[in-house]
Design a protein around this ligand. Sequence first.
Ligand SMILES: C[S@@+](CC[C@H](N)C(=O)[O-])C[C@H]1O[C@@H](n2cnc3c(N)ncnc32)[C@H](O)[C@@H]1O
Length: 283
Amino acid sequence: MAKDTYLKFIVQSTYNKQAGLYRKYSELQKVNLQNLISHAEKWNTKVIPGLLLDAGCGIPDKSFLKRKIFSNLISGYVGIDLSFNMLSASVSNEPGTRVNADLEAIPFKPESFSVVISNSVLHWLNFPEQNLNPLTGCKEIFNVLKQNGAFILSVSGIGTAQRFQKVFYEVSKTVPDSFFENRSLLRRDPIGSMELHELIKVLKLAGFTISHALMEYEPVFFEKTNDYISHVKAYGEDIYLSAFKKQHRDTVWKMVSEQFEYTVGKHNYEHDQFMIYAVALKT
Ligand SMILES: C[S@@+](CC[C@H](N)C(=O)[O-])C[C@H]1O[C@@H](n2cnc3c(N)ncnc32)[C@H](O)[C@@H]1O
């Protein structure tokens, strides 16, 4: 299987498996989305009339369309996602607004959308150890945007979940060889977080003009460390565990969780989150 197909397969299966859990433990991404729109508003992003594409929409939630930036300007919402289960876990039953598709092969004509939003998605296409990055996805988004359209995005920034990942990597080194299916999938940062300059480079290569971009330190407090672990599980258990054989994954996750709670304590955990927010224009 080609490297990118394999990575995509892992991302797809993790979200298919965890869609139910994601509904319960997606507070982090909801806050990111609100912050993203606040930044776009503060930066006076112009949204031209037409359709909005939500690329990697997850469990679609159109409530953000009520924000001022989108008032009177949007004639419709289309959400695409690689994971069928995420799309079907939506509470909304509105037809025609959800499409099971890969944002690296968007099934719409060029210049179909006035604005594309993508919250907390593109880092899943970033796997520097295997020379994969979100350039193909950004080119697809550029292609389906109208002239003067805006791409409003957030991406996980380098530094995010560093403490959890350090424990994960250290524990992984202690498990027996027989637990491994494919060692090349063991990553120090399975999320694929990006540096701000890396994202800007990719967006520019795709043809965009950067309107604004920044990386923010946004620590998130969890009363119970276990609650934080559930959030990690909801967005990435299989991605973290893809190097291991299926029958050993629960054991490895348990080992990582216990070691993590032992290292940081069972209560009052401050999650180290760095988020990149950007607006890129098709000028
Ligand atoms: C962290 S979730 C974010 C979901 C949503 N944007 C939100 O704010 O809650 C990441 C989503 O990106 C989707 N995704 C990852 N790679 C994708 C791809 N190549 N094409 C489409 N969707 C993708 C996943 O299936 C998942 O639903």
